[in-house]
Design a protein around this ligand. Structure first.
Ligand code: TRP
Ligand code: SF4
Length: 331
């Protein structure tokens, strides 16, 4: 029985943090065992917002790839590749752009949100408006059935489905499947200021932070503000953002002990955060170790197998699409 094909990508725009690790990558690792997975580095998509500094993208792509492998994504189990290495994505994007109504793109809520959030950049570009068309090409060129993404990406995926439907309708074929989002329960990962962890908030713990930086950042977390002194009893489940991390890094028994200690004012926040910091570091150490091993290789060599595998499928799809359109030249 063949496995269901899924596909997802990430834009290489900077180092990964604990939010990516627990919110995205842990899920990808699990999916790796169940599905035929395609994971790719969306470097062309990074260009939509970084077009003024395109030279940074290659470094971020390499970094992202090494981090993916360090946390356990496997080039044997999954097809891992780089978007810009498969030129067929661009060809399918061009074809899709011919019949995608501009109104579909303009009403996309994720597009409107991003325009709002990235006010410091000029994003009134053709490429940025067309972002979800390229994303549709990424997905449909492999005829992926499911796409593991966060809620913010659901409108993009709806557009992918509309584009697939429109292609099938216009050319009277049953060619592209309509991919579904694969939503998973995503744990809340707060940054050190209590807001959602994000590079742009400056509140993130990065996977490549040295141990002393991790320690310092964790100790600076805001905790239960109704508990300024250790002698004040706490309420970890309802009033402490750090507890979200505690739940991820300790086992049930340990968690109960922490709750008890906190509620009875025996365990102080400094002590509690110190314990958490050591646990986080122990976990990151495994990633750092693996990273050292992997870095002995050339990243392009490691990527090559995935690129070849992806390219074969992408070429096949493009050939079929061109044949549907009657673009069947011999030269
Ligand atoms: N837009 C996605 C993001 O910002 C990245 C992405 C590009 C993607 N192409 C994709 C995700 C295809 C899933 C499938 O996170
Ligand atoms: Fe949060 Fe730990 Fe402080 Fe309790 S002791 S408020 S769980 S940091």
């Amino acid at each position: 029985m063949s496995k269901i094909r899924i596909l997802s990508g990430m834009r290489p725009t900077g180092p990964l943090h604990l939010g990516h690790l627990h919110g995205v990558l842990k899920n990808w690792l699990k999916l790796q065992e169940e599905y035929e997975c395609f994971y790719f580095i969306a470097d062309w998509h990074a260009l939509t917002t970084e077009y003024e500094n395109p030279k940074k993208i290659q470094g971020f792509s390499k970094e992202l790839f090494f981090e993916w492998l360090s946390v356990g994504l496997s080039p044997e189990k999954s097809t891992i590749f780089l978007q810009s290495a498969i030129k067929e994505h661009a060809e399918l994007y061009l074809i899709f752009s011919m019949f995608t109504p501009v109104a579909w793109l303009e009403r996309n809520p994720t597009y409107k949100d991003m325009l709002q959030n990235l006010k410091n950049k000029d994003l009134a570009t053709y490429g940025f408006l067309g972002y979800p068309v390229l994303q549709a090409a990424d997905i449909l060129i492999y005829k992926a059935r499911k796409v593991p993404v966060g809620l913010d990406q659901v409108p993009h995926l709806e557009l992918t489905r509309e584009i697939a439907r429109r292609f099938n309708y216009l050319y009277q074929v049953e060619f592209f499947p309509e991919p579904e989002p694969l939503l998973s329960e995503i744990p809340k990962i707060p940054g050190i200021d209590g807001r959602k962890m994000s590079k742009s908030y400056g509140n993130a713990i990065f996977l490549n932070d040295p141990p002393e930086v991790v320690r310092k950042k964790i100790l600076s977390y805001v905790t239960d503000i109704q508990r300024p002194r250790k002698s004040d009893p706490g309420d970890p489940e309802n009033r402490c953002v750090v507890f979200n991390l505690i739940k991820l890094y300790f086992n049930q028994e340990e968690i109960e002990e922490i709750i008890k200690g906190c509620k009875s004012a025996i365990l102080g926040c400094v002590e509690c955060k110190k314990r958490l910091a050591e646990r986080v570091i122990t976990n990151l150490e495994k990633i750092w170790e693996k990273r050292k091993e992997i870095e002995k290789n050339n990243w392009e060599d490691l990527l090559y197998k995935g690129i070849e595998r992806a390219r074969k499928i992408a070429r096949q799809t493009i050939e079929e699409v061109n044949s549907i359109l009657g673009f069947t030249y011999k030269f």
